[in-house]
Design a protein around this ligand. Structure first.
Ligand SMILES: CC(C)(COP(=O)(O)OP(=O)(O)OC[C@H]1O[C@@H](n2cnc3c(N)ncnc32)[C@H](O)[C@@H]1OP(=O)(O)O)[C@@H](O)C(=O)NCCC(=O)NCCS
Length: 188
């Protein structure tokens, strides 16, 4: 028999997607090309990748890191990386997976602690400040619940006012240590 809880969660997810026009989509190869193009055009390398090469700019190595990062996580939470990534896509009802504008990416990783997960997000500059991040993280939290998460953690810095505001608005409690902000949400 279908789990009524999971039906309710699917309804909630559908309601959110219809309401705000944002969807999370698997990063298949076609989506990955659009995600890399969006990152190069609309986000800084430091927002999207670790400092694989010196300097703040995009380099071929950083682009390759980004491609490999998403490809290596296609096996999802139960794969070798214990992590899954999605493209954040502007959603139009009826559009299929190969259409819609890629606005950024979210990821979800098992920390190794029972029920413990960790997340991260980036969006292109012109998508910021209009609620896309809030919606994407809400959708991500639904996926985390479905995966059995008890807590979801996000790490950021005091200088990242957008990330701190977003996480607090979604109910994460924050602990500040120097410049580091650790945000944690216990899922009910
Ligand atoms: C952080 C980020 C994901 C936020 O997404 P977003 O779509 O811009 O955020 P939203 O529009 O949903 O806003 C969420 C909240 O933050 C506030 N906010 C957004 N940008 C802000 C800023 N620069 N300064 C202060 N508050 C800000 C909004 O007012 C809103 O608060 P409210 O709910 O109380 O009104 C996005 O800015 C981003 O991709 N930044 C670069 C990468 C990054 O820093 N990732 C986070 C690492 S943890």
């Amino acid at each position: 028999m279908a789990d009524p809880g999971s039906r309710a969660r699917r309804r909630e997810r559908g309601r959110l997607e219809a309401l705000v026009g944002v969807d999370l989509r698997p990063v298949a190869e076609g989506v990955l090309s659009r995600l890399v193009a969006a990152a190069l055009e609309g986000a800084s390398a430091d927002e999207v990748t670790p400092p694989v090469t010196p300097g703040p700019g995009w380099s071929p190595e950083r682009v390759e890191w980004l491609r490999a990062f998403h490809r290596d996580r296609r096996a999802g939470l139960d794969g070798p990386a214990g992590e899954v990534t999605w493209a954040v896509v502007e959603f139009a009802p009826g559009e299929d997976q190969d259409t819609g504008r890629v606005l950024g990416s979210v990821r979800l990783r098992r920390t190794g602690e029972p029920g413990g997960f960790e997340t991260g997000i980036w969006l292109v500059r012109d998508a910021r400040g209009r609620g896309v991040g809030t919606t994407a993280v809400r959708l991500l939290l639904e996926r985390a619940r479905e995966a059995g998460a008890a807590t979801v953690r996000a790490d950021t810095t005091t200088g990242n006012a957008g990330a701190v505001a977003l996480l607090r608005a979604l109910g994460f409690s924050t602990t500040v240590q120097g410049e580091r902000v650790r945000a944690e949400l216990t899922l009910g």
